[in-house]
Design a binder for this molecule. Structure first.
Ligand SMILES: [Mg+2]
Length: 121
C-alpha cells in the first residue's frame, strides 16, 4: 500500500498537468519531449542525429498562435540542469515563453502570463 503523503514524482506531476490541461484547454496542441529516459549510446547517437536536444523541456504547449515550453519539476528540490538552463536562456534570447512548473497552479499562472486562456481562469 502506498503511503498517503509520499512526494509526487516528476512523472506523476507531468501526468497530472496533462490531465488538467485536457480539462481546461482541450483545443491546445500538447506534446511531451521524451528527453529524460535512459537510452544506450547507439540510440542516443541516432536521436541526436535526428535533432534531439539536451535540455529541451518536458512539454510543448501551443494554443491560438502562442507556443510555450514547459519544464516540469518536483514541488521541492527539482532544479534545472545546465543544459536546461541553457535552453531557458535561448528561449529568453528568442523571446519564447519558457516556464518551470511544479503543479497545475503553476501552469495556470504561466499560461495566464503568456496569454493562453483556459477554462480555469
Ligand atoms: Mg523535467
Amino acid at each position: 500500500m502506498r503511503a498517503l503523503f509520499t512526494k509526487p514524482t516528476e512523472d506523476q506531476i507531468q501526468r497530472q498537468l496533462l490531465g488538467w490541461l485536457k480539462a481546461v484547454c482541450p483545443n491546445a496542441v500538447v506534446f511531451a519531449v521524451p528527453n529524460g529516459e535512459h537510452r544506450n549510446k547507439a540510440t542516443a547517437g541516432k536521436l541526436k542525429g535526428q535533432g534531439v536536444l539536451p535540455g529541451a523541456p518536458d512539454l510543448v504547449i501551443a494554443h491560438d498562435g502562442v507556443i510555450a515550453f514547459v519544464e516540469v519539476k518536483r514541488p521541492k528540490g527539482g532544479r534545472l540542469s545546465p543544459a536546461q538552463l541553457e535552453f531557458q536562456e535561448r528561449c529568453s534570447e528568442q523571446r519564447l515563453p519558457y516556464g518551470v512548473v511544479r503543479s497545475p497552479g503553476d501552469l495556470q499562472a504561466f499560461l495566464d502570463d503568456i496569454g493562453i486562456k483556459t477554462r480555469a481562469a
